[in-house]
Write a new protein. Sequence first.
Length: 261
Amino acid sequence: MTCRVQVSETTEEAVRQAADAIVRILRDAIEERGWTSLALAGGRTPRPLYLQLAQPPYRTAVQWERVEWFWSDERPVPPDHPDSNYRLAAETLFAELAPPASRIHRILTELDPREAACRYEATIRSVFRVGPPAIPRFDLILLGMGADGHIASLFPGTAALEEQDRLVVANEVPQLQTTRLTFTPPLLRAARAILVLVTGEEKAPAVRDALEGPLDPQRLPAHLLRQAEGQVLWILDRAAASQLAGHYGRRGSSQPSADRG
Ligand code: 6PG
């Protein structure tokens, strides 16, 4: 596993850095295998990133029709609901890039959450042509991080943190009084690349803990990324990085303590 941390002065610059990294990773994957697999993040942070990718020069920088589009988690709402992670991508990315519908793999939230998780896992295995017990390796999984250190919908103290076999589960989140659909630690760990985009002052304590705190994934789920098999790239704006003790350059020249085990 390689972990790099890039700190940008502004949120806008962090978004550009993230867009550049996504284009680089997806282009390399398409060149190598003829297609690529991308799992999108939800929440508020990715919106400007998705809008950026849908604009020049990014909109013509990737053969977007060769991307298999997935989501690393989803809320239990209809696809047209304002809180839907699918809707976020549909109205920012797909409205402009218009990828083939057959390559857009929405989590079927109209189903019972457990059924939706099983169906999504089967879809992932079918697209990757990878049967159990092997774990499909996403070319890129995009993540944000909550102020509590959650990633995808792996929240502190929730059952999904312990999942070691399934790829996707319905995770009860008492903190939100809801059940979320989420990639599991094994699926995250197997990714060739994970990009974590975190911006804003309110995330600074969690960023410090995630990169420099003692390993404790139950308390701080982002610590799971220290067990990733592929490359992990943290892209932060100055505000989110403001409580870090280490010195992380624009190009991620420093390795965070997380990488020192
Ligand atoms: C979601 C996301 C989640 C998100 C964090 C940060 O469905 O909410 O996948 O993991 O990345 O909650 O959310 P913000 O970007 O809104 O701060």
